[in-house]
Design a protein around this ligand. Structure first.
Ligand code: AMP
Length: 502
């Protein structure tokens, strides 16, 4: 039995605004996921530990979160819009019974905030209850969805992850792991997955290994988490990463490793996880994120030195690279731009006007440090350019004599199709402006990006594994057969977050 707390009510017909919001969601939602996953098998406090794991992974998604627990027979689930700390209290956690649990945090930019897209997604199959938590984007989900809907499948969400559950439910294989393997061998793209069955947990990474997934141990229990910072918080010991193409089956305290997916193309770990997305205290593939960011700052300094009085980071994204830059150049590092930590990421705001406002709310310059100084301003990336326009102007109005912008990644020229939220190509400032034009737009005295060659060399030298840098190079390792037409979705709208009509 699956008891998902998410109650879906139906509302038809839709108003023109609702129609257009839904149409936008159909278009956009599919390609805009950033997520974190967590799972624990064989622990007395499974739901509580999962809550803590998600707490540590909150940076990977702030829109919705969920936990599903299993007592070996039944699943209980709670999913909600909002942050982990606001969603789960001790009462809710105590209702999530059992020694096994998985959890998920999710963020999507476009369309409405939708509870029906919250994960883990739960279902009853003839093989028992299953719940799935997915990080990454599938590139053939629309085609699979069409095919399944053509054969009568009814989807309850607009999320591509649901296709995996449908494939699993329809598989003719016998065991749940074989059905799962059957399902994931049909999907293409990026997936780090955790599946909860009645008494077992299965974790898997796609053959390219786009997204991270680590294995740990806690008091004899097995733990899987998107990042090692979640293992650190719960005091779990890091065991190893799940390999690209590996399926790990955990049941009755034992772990079995299966390698059903041939690694034809080689590993393509997402370099943007290192540049921006992952927490700096995490180790991805045994390499610390903070250390790599610092190294990129050093490489940037060697490529684009400049005479200056101080290196200032854009907090927090530019911190490690700015330190690396400052160390390499021998220029003092100062956090002369302070960040208000109680403001949500400006990127999340949907309207341009709010985003601009958000930058001002978020950062403030310390005039006494900046007056008359030549500043090197370091950030990890430029997306639309909005942040830097405001920050450069802010530094100047605080008295900075020169502002030289240094970016510790190459120009972002293309969207990510594998699970990092990026705006459309047209909105990416570097996709339609030259470096000189961007320098002028942001009002900097000079602007330099890390070169693609520099990034690739650092990755080769430091990480020693294949990377995906499609957002910088336009070279996408898995062809993106995006069907631009929106999938046929059931026309309903979840209104559980709205007050009851009087
Ligand atoms: P923008 O103002 O649009 O140029 O955004 C640049 C800022 O967004 C930088 O400080 C980046 O660290 C940050 N950033 C880059 N990629 C993302 C992303 N996928 N989600 C949220 N923030 C991002």
């Amino acid at each position: 039995m699956t008891d998902c707390d998410a109650e879906i009510r139906f509302k038809l017909p839709l108003s023109p605004e609702e129609e257009s919001a839904l149409a936008q969601e159909r278009e956009d939602d599919h390609f805009h996921d950033e997520c974190g996953v967590f799972g624990i098998h064989g622990h007395e406090e499974a739901a509580h530990i999962t809550y803590l794991g998600l707490y540590a992974l909150q940076h990977r998604g702030q829109e919705s979160c969920g936990i599903v627990a299993s007592n070996g027979r039944e699943h209980t689930a709670h999913r909600a819009m909002g942050l982990v700390a606001d969603t789960f209290g001790s009462k809710t956690l105590s209702r999530l019974k059992g020694r096994h649990a998985i959890g998920h945090v999710r963020y999507s930019t476009a369309g409405e905030s939708l509870l029906r897209n919250a994960q883990p997604i739960c279902a009853n199959t003839d093989g028992g209850p299953v719940a799935i938590a997915h990080n990454g984007n599938l590139v053939n989900a629309v085609a699979i969805r069409r095919e399944l809907e053509g054969r009568g499948a009814i989807f309850g969400s607009t999320s591509d992850s649901e296709a995996i559950l449908h494939l699993l439910a329809r598989s003719r294989e016998q065991s749940i792991e074989d059905r799962f393997i059957d399902a994931i061998s049909r999907v293409k793209g990026a997936f780090s997955l955790v599946l909860l069955t009645d008494d077992g947990m299965i974790a898997a990474r796609d053959p390219s290994g786009f997204r991270p997934l680590s294995l740990g141990r806690l008091d004899g229990a097995w733990v899987v988490a998107s990042e090692t910072c979640a293992l650190d918080l719960i005091g779990a010991k890091f065991e190893r990463d799940v390999d690209p193409g590996e399926v790990v089956v955990i049941r009755r305290g034992r772990l079995r490793s299966l390698r059903p997916m041939a690694r034809v193309e080689g590993e393509r770990f997402c370099i943007f996880e290192y540049i921006y997305f992952a927490r700096p205290d995490s180790n991805l593939m045994n390499h610390n994120v903070y250390a790599f960011r610092k190294e990129l700052g050093r490489t940037l300094a060697r490529e684009s030195p400049i005479a200056a009085d101080m290196v200032v980071p854009v907090l927090d994204s530019g911190t490690a690279a700015a330190l690396g830059y400052a160390e390499e150049e021998g220029i003092p590092y100062e956090t002369a731009l302070i960040r208000n930590h109680y403001v949500r990421r400006t990127f999340i705001e949907p309207a341009q006007s709010i985003r601009n406002f958000g930058v001002k709310v978020k950062h403030n310059a310390i005039r006494s440090f900046l007056e008359g100084k030549r500043i090197v301003l370091v950030d990890d990336s430029i997306v639309r350019g909005t942040t830097l326009v405001k920050i450069v102007a802010m530094l100047r109005s605080a008295g900075a004599r020169e502002v030289h912008v240094r970016i510790s990644s190459p120009p972002s020229i293309g969207p990510c199709h594998y699970g990092i939220d990026t705006p459309t190509q047209e909105e990416l400032i570097a996709s339609n402006h030259s470096r000189e034009q961007i320098q002028e737009i942001i009002g900097a005295d000079s602007l330099s990006y890390l070169s693609l060659t520099g990034l690739r060399r650092s990755a080769e030298h430091e990480l020693k594994r294949g990377i995906c840098d499609g957002c910088f190079s336009g070279e996408y390792p898995i062809p993106v057969d995006i069907d631009r037409e929106a999938p046929q979705l059931s026309l309903f709208r979840a209104i559980e977050d709205e007050p009851e009509p009087s």
